[in-house]
Design a protein around this ligand. Structure first.
Ligand SMILES: Cc1cc2nc3c(=O)[nH]c(=O)nc-3n(C[C@H](O)[C@H](O)[C@H](O)COP(=O)(O)OP(=O)(O)OC[C@H]3O[C@@H](n4cnc5c(N)ncnc54)[C@H](O)[C@@H]3O)c2cc1C
Length: 471
């Protein structure tokens, strides 16, 4: 079967949104039943993406018994399964690495040929030639060289797995966290589904790192879920990797023949309706396409998830045909992988004890309960201080959150959802959860100085640095 025939048949179908069924209005009463308690644990982390891996490893490093539940067969979440292999900036505008700790532990595990990125001496460089070189390789922004490597997703899966195993975490893959167990306004564990059926895990503290706030939403914690369909912020897509390409040739075309590139993009838009650009991957014979960015869909709706899977692949095949014919370096391109995990940028944001808001970071506010530092979104802004309260639900106890669904406004979400920031909030949530479980208190009662002290011990950069006591 040729690509042409594929795009003319299977992939030509438009997403079946018009066929969305009307609700039947009927219900089914599920019989109540006893289910086995599969395990009891100090800290239960649900969701093995960047935030969940960091949370689980950080909690286990404090000696807690930690269980990590992940619905797929690999770890890394969107950073691996979603093919979001461009790890965003961990350095500030001066080139100082401010997202450290688990981020560094993990990336240090990658072999040299599993990532590309500038050497440490170049971080923060404003040298025009150096910045121009790295800008084409996703490692310079606004004329400044950044530490933001592009990684091989398979090696990141392995590194994530090894990081949690080395920390002593009990791992449960192919396991879907289905429902929080709420007792007296406290999380007491989670009911999960697997090939073994429906079972429960009881936990002293639960960390929701599902990315979509599945657990806190089901537990009744308030959240925000506003959607601006005009913003990329809410766009969804399935990313693609193509192999058999020559990205050096493509980059030479892109940088040396701007007129021809403009003509190429116009032709692509005319032929395809929209044009997605290739990005470099970790090797020059592989190209990364992060799109197509489809807006107006929700990652919480089955029909939308299904439609985006279909539409993304339809557009990919059209792009492949076009790029093979017209793009220098893409003559022999072939589809290496479509992302096994849906690319969802945003669904819910917790309404937490504190909220990261633009008005504060524009004023360079440093929070006394700081648990991490994010690079400012552009050079005119200082580093952004992340308060512990943004991980803590307003009034549900024994629950913490980390990752792309923490408490923040939409402007702050644009960078707090990035992978390094999710490692950072995950590590903080893991430390706080382990301390809470160890002390027998709810997370909101853990002294922040103790969280900061342990984070510092684990190599996390803080502006509000607590002195580290010898153990
Ligand atoms: C198209 C796109 C482009 C992006 N570009 C960049 C970029 O260039 N650089 C960058 O740094 N970031 C980028 N991001 C953002 C980044 O990839 C994500 O925001 C980040 O991975 C979120 O991490 P997380 O751990 O919060 O959630 P996720 O990565 O979504 O991980 C959540 C994990 O929880 C699991 N899970 C979910 N629900 C359950 C459940 N009920 N039970 C069990 N397991 C569950 C999932 O399978 C997944 O493994 C991009 C995102 C998208 C979609």
């Amino acid at each position: 079967m040729t690509i042409e025939s594929l795009s003319g048949t299977t992939f030509d179908a438009r997403p079946p949104r018009a066929r969305r069924g009307q609700p039947t209005g009927r219900t089914y009463r599920e019989p109540a039943r006893e289910i086995p308690v599969y395990a009891e644990t100090d800290v239960l982390v649900v969701g093995g993406g960047p935030a969940g891996c960091a949370a689980a490893a950080a909690a286990a490093r404090l000696g807690a018994h930690v269980t990590l539940v992940e619905r797929y067969g690999h770890l890394g979440g969107l950073a691996t399964g979603g093919l979001v292999i461009w790890i965003d900036r961990m350095t500030d505008w001066e080139g100082r690495q401010v997202i450290t700790g688990f981020a560094s532990d993990l990336l240090d595990r990658l072999p040299k040929d599993a990532f590309i990125g500038p050497d440490r001496e170049q971080w923060g460089s404003r040298d025009a030639a150096v910045a121009a070189y790295w800008a084409e390789r996703s490692s310079a922004f606004k004329g400044v060289v950044t530490w933001s490597p592009t990684v091989d997703p398979e090696w990141l899966k392995l590194a994530s797995l090894q990081a949690v195993i080395d920390a002593g975490v009990t791992l449960m893959l192919h396991t879907w966290g289905a429902a929080p167990i709420v007792e007296d306004h406290r999380l007491a564990g989670v009911v999960f589904e697997s090939k073994e059926g429906r079972q429960a895990i009881r936990a002293t503290v639960v960390v929701d790192t599902t990315g979509d706030g599945d657990l806190y939403a089901l537990a009744g914690a308030p959240f925000e879920s506003d959607v601006d369909e005009a913003s990329i912020h809410h766009a969804m897509n399935v990313a693609w990797l193509w192999a058999g390409v020559d990205m050096e040739r493509w980059l030479a075309f892109k940088t040396q023949e701007p007129q021809a590139v403009a003509v190429f993009m116009d032709r692509a838009r005319e032929a395809l309706g929209f044009a997605e650009k290739p990005h470099v991957a970790w090797r020059s014979d592989v190209a990364l396409f992060m799109g197509p960015r489809l807006s107006g869909y929700s990652p919480l709706v089955i029909e939308d998830l299904t439609a985006v899977e279909i539409e993304s692949r339809r557009r990919m095949v059209e792009h492949l045909e076009f790029f093979r014919r017209h793009a220098p370096g893409f003559e022999h391109a072939w589809i290496m992988l479509t992302a096994p995990q849906m690319g969802a940028r945003h669904s819910r944001r917790l309404a937490g004890v504190a909220k990261v808001v633009q008005g504060e970071w524009k004023q360079a506010v440093v929070h006394p309960d700081e648990i991490g530092v994010s690079p400012g979104p552009s050079p005119q802004f200082a580093n952004v201080s992340i308060p512990y309260g943004s991980l803590v639900p307003k009034d549900l106890d024994n629950l913490l959150t980390a990752g792309r669904h923490i408490s923040c406004d939409p402007q702050s979400h644009t960078f707090l959802r990035e992978i390094p920031q999710c490692w950072m909030t995950g590590q903080a949530a893991g430390v706080a959860a382990a301390l809470a479980a160890g002390k027998g208190v709810t997370p909101r009662r853990v002294p922040v100085a103790e969280i900061q002290q342990e984070l510092t011990r684990q190599g996390v950069f803080l502006q509000q640095r607590a002195p580290v006591e010898a153990r």
